[in-house]
Design a binder for this molecule. Structure first.
Ligand code: AMP
Length: 285
């Protein structure tokens, strides 16, 4: 496996591979790799000639009081895991090479970045779209792989790719979970023992809501949201940030749970802000 640390050399190799007709798959990550990330690599591996994993803790997607400095970093562990998955190239740039002096350009998907997680993280998605647009230019992927765990992120990036006519196939991969249902996340490392025991309530609350809606089609989205909050707050360390039920086409709230909807939520367990979601009427888990 080759490790590239500077954007121009990564881009030169990618352009050369593409000019020889090779396909490139990109898995963008912030590192501290776990089974969720590895699943994206396994999904991609058989479909592309060259598999690239980027590891970059992107400062522009963190708010001023968020966990940029505390975010877990483990270059050596990540390198070994990528090697084990048959990754061809790892792209491991520094903030200074991604955002050199004078960098001024951003990519923003209007409106969609201000709802759901964007309501409490107002600059987050602009940071994500900008860095992913840059990664697409640098790595020249024919296909890119993202987790449905970050459903809003995937929908926003898919919108960006369509709106800007980017020639990249966008592939969404199902959320990988611990055996008790907790979605795997690098941020689970922040949980205390008690918080870790309580955190799977997020998954239980989402499944409960989907079951209630299946049994009673007249139930409203507001009733379901109230139920979800009540279930989550039975756990003493949980504090709900938001629960929303939206259309995956528009990201606008819906009044009833119907096909094509997403229930998305975020909750704090101590200092860890965890997210989860469930898609309705899809191949989702
Ligand atoms: P991150 O390193 O958290 O920025 O995540 C990098 C990519 O891995 C994103 O596309 C995430 O949606 C995806 N990902 C993170 N956790 C999981 C998970 N538990 N299951 C599937 N994909 C995940």
């Amino acid at each position: 496996m080759l490790v590239f640390t500077d954007p121009p050399s990564m881009q030169a190799s990618a352009l050369s591979a593409r000019s020889h007709g090779q396909t490139i798959g990109l898995v963008p990550t912030m590192g501290a790799l776990h089974e969720g990330h590895l699943m994206l690599m396994r999904e991609a591996r058989p479909h592309v000639d060259i598999l690239v994993v980027s590891v970059f803790v992107n400062p522009t997607q963190f708010g001023p009081h968020e966990d940029l400095d505390a975010y877990p970093r483990d270059y050596e562990g990540d390198r070994q895991l990528c090697e084990g998955e048959g990754v061809d190239w790892m792209f491991y740039p520094t903030p200074a090479t991604m955002y050199p002096e004078g960098h001024r350009t951003v990519v923003r998907v209007e409106e969609w970045g201000g709802v759901l997680c964007g309501a409490s993280r107002p600059t987050h998605f602009q940071g994500v779209t900008t860095v992913v647009a840059k990664l697409f230019q640098i790595v020249q992927p024919t296909a890119a792989y993202f987790g449905w765990k970050d459903a809003q992120q995937f929908l926003i990036l898919r919108r960006m790719v369509a709106d800007l006519n980017m020639p990249v196939q966008m592939v969404g991969v199902e959320t990988v979970r611990e055996s008790d249902g907790l979605a795997m996340s690098s941020r689970n490392a922040y949980l205390s023992g008690k918080e870790r025991i309580e955190a799977p309530v997020l998954r239980r609350a989402l499944i409960g809501a989907r079951e209630r809606a299946l049994m009673d089609p007249t139930v409203t989205a507001s009733e379901l949201k109230r139920d979800i909050v009540a279930v989550i707050e039975t756990e003493s360390s949980a504090q709900v940030d938001y629960v929303e039920i939206v259309s995956m086409e528009t990201l606008l709230p819906v009044s009833r749970l119907e096909s094509g909807c997403l229930i998305a939520l975020a909750a704090f367990f101590g200092k860890a802000r965890l997210i989860d979601n469930i898609r309705i009427d899809s191949t989702s888990d």
